[in-house]
Design a protein around this ligand. Structure first.
Ligand code: ARG
Length: 463
């Protein structure tokens, strides 16, 4: 092909301006789709031969050349320029350069519009699996830690005020639950996108006798898309995937926010290992939780990716429009950022220790077992509202005389209600308060261990 001449150049009198090549090119970011592009092309060309649309020997020649191109790409030997426009053009051009005109048969019954949808789906399918593995390994680390910390009691907060004592294990398992939902969501998204787009061609399908089911089988798609217009216009799967990513990031970010607080001198609940913190260029004493902060920051970036794809799609007329080329950078950014964050977070949490004594100390203060007193009275027949009021008065008394609930004598309690007996002192002990919550979802060690057990069983199954 003459220099500057495009594969689609037939109807053009002039070569495109260099600035246009540069402006319209996506090769600098979509070249990472190369392995998927070639995988899709091999299946497509094999189907063409089976359907006698091209000859067997032509298809074998094309397949061999595509495999050789892939090999070169994987060795970093396949060079691209902006004149290549995108990965689809680059591969086709290289194919024709290597085997001549026969290479031009590859694009029979296909358009870049269905081709690019296929490439992105294949990419997402592979990355989704990697991400699910990363989520699972983070869950495993958290479960292991939850088991180890089964006796550690910390204050649970609402409104950032001490609320009730909980097990640190219960806190850790809360995130295992979040990541379990994330994994389910990603799996569902993966199933929904696992539908072959190839065959939609530009937008209306093709008059050539293709066999879409055969291509689907070769590429391991359980189904083919049902409407060619929808197929080339659809980027729902990208939006959905980035939304799933945003939720994973949000969960990581909330965990990070707690870790930042907990590693402050004021809290002293956690210490992130030196290897996973950074120093200050001016203050020699500083040890900063930068990884946690950066994950929080990068969450904003992934939300930006989600907003980009949603905005990109909202005003597009049917069907394919070149705007859609802008779908890839936010997608790649979301995938790369999430993978990075999952991996560094998992390392960091493995290298973080929790200060059980500081947590326990903090859990004791702030009348965090006041609800126990109310529930104690409820067990003795007092309506909850009344029990709440009596307990409130006891707390007010403590505040006035600068006492903790444990400091009160049994006769102090009896002043507020005759139904109090000696065992109230036991009921307000942290361990007892925690272990009283034995129902499903409660923070008692028994309930938490039960959930750990269930998680371990389901993880075993999914590995
Ligand atoms: N690079 C394009 C994209 O990413 C490929 C499809 C181009 N199709 C077209 N008809 N110009 O969307």
């Amino acid at each position: 092909m003459a220099k500057g001449k495009k594969p689609w150049g037939g109807r053009f009198q002039k070569a495109t301006a260099e600035s246009v090549d540069r402006f319209t090119a996506s090769i600098h970011f979509d070249q990472r789709l190369c392995p998927y592009d070639i995988e899709g092309s091999i299946a497509h060309v094999t189907m063409l031969a089976r359907q006698n649309i091209i000859s067997k020997s032509e298809s074998l020649k094309i397949v061999a050349a595509l495999k050789a191109i892939l090999k070169d790409y994987l060795r970093g030997k396949f060079e691209f320029t902006s004149a290549d426009e995108d990965i689809h053009m680059a591969v086709e051009k290289e194919l024709i350069r290597r085997i001549g005109e026969i290479g031009g048969k590859l694009h029979t019954a296909r358009s870049r519009n269905d081709q690019v949808a296929l490439d992105v789906k294949l990419f997402l399918r592979a990355e989704n699996n990697n991400i699910l593995v990363a989520i699972r390994s983070l869950q495993t680390v958290l479960i292991r830690r939850a088991k180890k910390e089964i006796k550690t009691i910390m204050p649970g907060y609402t409104h950032m005020q001490k609320a009730q004592p909980v097990l640190l294990s219960h806190y850790l398992l809360a995130f295992v639950e979040m990541f379990a939902r994330d994994a389910q969501r990603l799996e569902a998204c993966g199933n929904r996108l696992n539908v072959l787009p190839l065959g939609a061609a530009a937008l209306a399908g093709t008059g050539l006798p293709i066999d879409r089911a055969l291509t689907a089988k070769m590429l391991k798609f359980p189904a083919v898309t049902e409407n060619s217009m929808d197929t080339v216009a659809d980027r729902d799967f990208i939006a959905e995937f980035i939304f799933c990513t945003s939720l994973v990031m949000m969960h990581l970010s909330r965990f990070c926010e707690d870790l930042v607080l907990w590693s402050s001198d004021e809290f002293g609940f956690a210490e992130i290992s030196d290897a996973y913190t950074t120093g200050s260029s001016i203050m020699p004493q500083k040890k900063n939780p930068d990884i946690a902060e950066l994950i929080r920051g990068k969450t904003a970036r992934v939300y930006g990716d989600l907003v980009t794809i949603m905005t990109l799609l909202k005003g597009l007329p049917m069907t394919y429009n070149r705007d859609l080329q802008e779908d890839k950078e936010p997608l790649f950014d979301a995938v790369d950022t999430m993978k990075d964050c999952l991996s560094i977070f998992t390392e960091m949490i493995k290298n973080t220790t929790f200060n059980a004594a500081a947590m326990n100390r903090a859990a004791r203060g702030g009348f965090s077992t006041a609800t126990e007193i109310a529930e104690y009275l409820v067990r003795r027949g007092v309506p909850f509202r009344r029990a709440h009021e009596i307990t409130g008065k006891i707390v007010a008394y403590c505040l006035k005389y600068k006492k903790e609930l444990e400091d009160l004598t049994i006769s102090d309690y009896k002043n507020y209600d005759k139904r109090f007996t000696d065992d109230i002192k036991n009921a307000i002990k942290l361990e007892n308060a925690v272990n009283a919550r034995r129902h499903t979802g409660g923070t008692a060690a028994k309930a938490v261990l039960q959930r750990i057990n269930e998680f371990e069983k389901s993880m075993d199954k999914s590995c």
